[in-house]
Design a protein around this ligand. Structure first.
Ligand SMILES: NC(=O)c1ccc[n+]([C@@H]2O[C@H](COP(=O)([O-])OP(=O)(O)OC[C@H]3O[C@@H](n4cnc5c(N)ncnc54)[C@H](OP(=O)(O)O)[C@@H]3O)[C@@H](O)[C@H]2O)c1
Length: 394
């Protein structure tokens, strides 16, 4: 009997938080995984360090301006590629077995689409790709026989509570509803009257999870949960009314599936992204992740609260976007990327994130989603509009 050869993994966004957790697991299992290709955008020092440690055959730096510097930093014998379109190239390599989508924002959409169009197994963390182009991604995955395994902890929890035969894109059988849990972020108990004073550093200091800056701000506004409702809508083919949110400050129960017979299945674990990532990488086996084992005897009480849609209007915006359908989710995503970026750069107060997103949603015309070109054009238009709005909110 011959030992199975390691799976070739492409890590998109290798320099980020998801990328780092993924590489940590891969390093624990050299017999199971080999890094075939990695990507980074601007952090070329880290990209070169990763290349040196994992010896991938391909390294992509999506910001072309960083190419020259990267070539000076990499000594290994690998192919260095520059530019966003090369992300698609590494996703479609014949020898690629698993693609980990860890790019932040809508920049992750095209490589996600390229992966499913090539019929690959996609381990999806980049929620914005689904928010922007969920309809196209899920259709291409079905047409090309691609497998999508969600890495976002809540969606991975739901996935783990569904039958082994379940494939994303189908409505789960015998379901009553799903419940996404939300930590509530750093401000769910804070008085709303103080929200305008919140700084980017406070917003990025998440009580339970250590994440990139954009998703940390999204968690603080609860837009992250809104984006996750949209993500769940596409992944599990559910209506927004079948997706509930419970605020669960301990982040131990990662989400739940309620079946028609009254059974509620939940997935529990320490708040450590290596758990869902190891689940996706190891599937159908269970592999070690390096995360601590949950000890319920040592845990605090597990609490659950209803979300406050008035205090966190971004959550309601996401539900409205699903109801409106078509391009409205893409509009919300683009508006939010610009407003969050403006907040992180100290251009607008925290409270203006929701205001800009809401104003753009109110004025948007909803069309049917037709193709990528249409979505990219819309994305650019909404971003330009949002940048103008940022100037008014300064
Ligand atoms: N972190 C978490 O715990 C977590 C949990 C669930 C879901 N997610 C989702 O996973 C995704 C990644 O989040 P993260 O926290 O890992 O973000 P992050 O730490 O900010 O990392 C983002 C990665 O994307 C790359 N990148 C940034 N802009 C890019 C562009 N325009 N084109 C191509 N690549 C670009 C970055 O490259 P450089 O650093 O080299 O510039 C980096 O590798 C997000 O969609 C997030 O919502 C994250």
């Amino acid at each position: 009997m011959t030992a199975e050869s390691p799976k070739n993994v492409v890590v998109l966004g290798a320099t980020g938080s998801i990328g780092t957790s993924t590489l940590d697991i891969i390093a624990r299992h050299p017999d199971k995984f080999k890094v075939l290709a990695i990507s980074g955008h601007r952090n070329v020092e880290k990209l070169a360090e990763i290349a040196d440690k994992f010896k991938p055959r391909f390294v992509v730096v999506s910001d072309e301006n960083q190419y020259k510097q990267l070539t000076h930093l990499i000594n290994d014998d690998c192919t260095i590629l520059a530019g966003a379109t090369e992300l698609n190239t590494i996703c479609q390599l014949v020898s690629a077995d698993l693609i980990v989508a860890g790019i932040v924002g809508s920049a992750g959409m095209q490589p996600v689409l390229a992966s499913v169009e090539a019929g690959k197994t996609l381990l999806l963390a980049n929620k914005e790709a689904l928010v922007l182009a969920g309809e196209l991604v899920m259709k291409a995955a079905k047409d090309k026989g691609a497998t999508i395994i969600p890495l976002d902890s809540e969606h991975n929890a739901i996935y783990q509570c569904l039958p082994d035969s379940y494939q994303c894109g189908n409505t789960p059988k015998n379901l009553d509803k799903i419940i996404l849990t939300a930590s509530g972020g750093p401000f769910w108990k804070k008085a709303v009257s103080t929200f305008s004073q919140i700084t980017p550093e406070q917003a990025c200091a998440h009580p339970n999870w250590d994440m990139g800056r954009k998703i940390s701000v999204d968690s603080a506004t609860l837009m992250n949960k809104g984006l996750e409702i949209i993500e769940a809508h596409w992944l599990f083919n559910l209506n927004e009314k079948d997706i509930d949110v419970h605020v669960h400050p301990q982040s131990i129960v990662h989400s739940m599936v309620c079946y028609q017979d009254g059974s509620v299945l939940a997935q529990l674990g320490e708040p450590d992204m290596r758990i869902p990532i190891a689940n996706g990488l190891g599937m159908p086996e269970r592999i070690t992740s390096g995360a601590n084992m949950l000890d319920l005897l040592q845990s605090q009480d597990l609490q659950f609260f209803p979300p406050d849609y008035q205090k966190f209007p971004c959550l309601a915006l996401a539900k409205e976007a699903i109801k409106a359908g078509g391009t409205s989710m893409a509009v919300l995503n683009a508006a939010n990327e610009i407003s969050v970026d403006a907040f992180l750069n100290n251009l607008i107060p925290f409270t203006s994130i929701a205001k800009i997103n809401a104003e753009i949603m109110t004025n948007a015309t909803v069309s049917q989603v037709e193709n990528v070109t249409q979505l990219l054009q819309l994305d650019e238009e909404v971003r330009a509009h949002a940048r103008e709005m940022v100037k008014k909110h300064v």
